[in-house]
Design a protein around this ligand. Structure first.
Ligand SMILES: Cc1cc2nc3c(=O)[nH]c(=O)nc-3n(C[C@H](O)[C@H](O)[C@H](O)COP(=O)(O)OP(=O)(O)OC[C@H]3O[C@@H](n4cnc5c(N)ncnc54)[C@H](O)[C@@H]3O)c2cc1C
Length: 483
């Protein structure tokens, strides 16, 4: 099949899936008003693959048809550059505001495929399943969602110690046809708009938790699989009033599995803690890490541009301390622009030699969440009350008040309408439901920061750093220029 068009993608979502929003089952996600516009955005991204196929596709090694570059098992730096340039193009199309563009899961499945032989070490058929699944995702251009984390319930206990062992997703039994699984996972971003759900490792599992060490993929419309969505943020307001939530609300859902059958050919890990830990411990090449960093960098460019535009629109860009803050954001953005190349080179090396992409992980787990929050803080501080005082498009259309709005809400060298539109964009990005979720998302995007940060402390490099200290303490007075 190869790359799909927007209308083929839209049609594929009309499959009887079980999606609940606001207490009701949504029969057709493509026409449901709060979902309709983001489906249009996603369909447009599918169409872009045809318009820009040289930039965004390569021939499938199996069928020869054009498929998304986010499936390329890139090994050389030139191939890596093709990959990330395509990912950058699509991230730019949505200003980095959709954290789970299909590119992300395409990259994650490609990572898993790269280590399929290890995953199949104990049971080779599972490794083969994984490889075939990767090929099917690539050649059918499916849109995937994923869910990795157990529901919170009581975080002081593991999944097996909860009052009900089936709160977290768990194996019920094995049958001739496959696994029966029950429980829940959260969250699942993009779920109503995906074709496939990937369930897999994230946090480590320990001995005794084998029934929870499951990795598989199933169609979203699988019987017994239900998604309970959070309140949608697209309330039908105009693009002027809600420039972002009217286009990019990718949705999040709780995934509930009511004795769902996972066919054997879709099982990748069943109780194998070692295979589970292998994927979890970032020993995959890091294609998904790179896509996430590219997306995050594009968003930071957008945030930096917005901060500068807001400051200039109210004459604040002349104040030296704001210039310093804006410059700080520009500098972070430059740093990240450079780190994409470093990260891409690391992934190419990781694919060839298995050396983990450490810089890339540090960027995604530590640097990006911090700089996104810093950019939000700068925009909030420099915009002051302007962020709040944003009348609607209809206020500008009412002749009784329009002259006042136009007079008192104009900016420095910009009309009131331009200024209000800009500040509305900033408010949608930082303050509205959409914006608050964005902040929460960037912090937890790559998992719990407490956990991901601590992983660096436990890494072998720490020994080298401590050795420097020991060296100094043990050196005699002549070393290091001391008298
Ligand atoms: C908007 C959004 C979209 C998401 N989309 C997806 C998705 O598509 N797929 C997916 O799989 N996941 C998704 N997630 C989930 C994400 O992976 C998790 O939020 C993240 O892994 C953290 O887990 P948690 O939310 O269960 O928080 P918890 O693990 O419950 O942590 C809550 C807080 O407790 C802190 N904490 C952790 N351990 C301790 C301790 N021992 N003592 C004290 N405090 C501690 C944490 O640092 C955190 O601040 C999404 C999350 C958000 C917010």
């Amino acid at each position: 099949m190869g790359i799909r068009t927007g209308s083929e993608y839209r049609e594929s979502l009309r499959d009887g899936r079980t999606i609940f929003v606001n207490g009701e089952r949504v029969r057709d996600v493509t026409t449901y008003p709060p979902f309709r516009r983001v489906v249009e955005t996603l369909a447009w991204l599918y169409d872009l693959q045809h318009e820009h196929h040289t930039l965004l596709t390569y021939p499938s090694p199996k069928t020869g048809e054009p498929v998304s570059l986010s499936f390329l098992l890139a090994e050389s730096e030139a191939e890596m550059e093709r990959r990330w340039r395509a990912e950058e193009f699509r991230a730019e199309a949505v200003y980095g505001l959709m954290g789970r563009l299909p590119d992300f899961m395409n990259a994650l499945v490609t990572d898993a495929a790269a280590v399929h032989q290890f995953i199949g070490q104990r049971e080779p058929r599972f490794g083969d399943n994984l490889w075939r699944y990767y090929e099917a995702c690539r050649d059918n251009d499916w849109c995937l969602t994923h869910t990795l984390v157990d529901p919170q319930i009581d975080r002081s206990k593991g999944p097996a110690e909860q009052e009900d062992p089936y709160l977290a997703l768990r194996l019920v039994r094995e049958t001739d046809r496959g696994l029966i699984v029950r429980g829940a996972k959260m969250l699942s971003t993009l779920a109503p708009f995906a074709n496939e759900l990937w369930v897999g490792p994230f946090y480590p599992r320990k001995r005794g938790e084998e029934a929870y060490a499951l990795c598989f993929a199933i169609p979203v419309e699988t019987p017994g699989l239900k998604f309970i969505c959070r309140e949608p943020y697209d309330s039908g307001r105009s693009h002027f009033d809600r420039p972002l939530s009217s286009r990019f609300d990718e949705e999040d859902a709780l995934a509930v599995f009511d004795d769902v059958l996972v066919p054997w050919e879709r099982v990748f890990i069943n109780g194998d803690i070692e295979a589970w830990s292998y994927i979890f411990s970032a020993r995959t090449p890091g294609y998904a890490l790179l896509q996430a960093v590219v997306r995050g960098t594009v968003k930071l460019r957008f945030l930096t541009g917005l901060a500068c535009a807001v400051a200039e629109a109210i004459g604040r860009a002349e104040a030296p301390h704001y210039q310093a803050q804006l410059g700080e954001l520009v500098a972070y953005t430059e740093l990240l622009n450079g780190l994409i190349r470093t990260g891409a080179a690391e992934v190419a090396t990781a694919r060839r030699t298995g050396t983990p992409p450490r810089t890339l992980a540090a960027v995604l787990w530590v640097l990006l969440p911090r700089v996104h929050l810093r950019a939000a803080e700068v925009i909030r501080q420099l915009s002051g009350s302007g962020l709040i005082m944003t009348p609607t498009e209809r206020d500008f259309a009412n002749p009784e008040i329009a002259p006042y709005v136009e007079k008192y809400l104009r900016g420095k060298g910009v009309s009131a309408k331009q200024r209000v539109q800009l500040f509305k964009l900033a408010w949608d990005l930082l303050g509205e439901q959409f914006g608050s979720r964005q902040l929460q998302y960037e912090w937890f995007y790559a998992g719990d920061p407490l956990f991901t940060h601590a992983r660096f402390y436990h890494s072998p490099i720490v020994r080298q750093y401590k050795t420097l200290v020991e060296q100094l303490l043990q050196s005699d007075a002549r070393q290091g220029g001391q008298s």
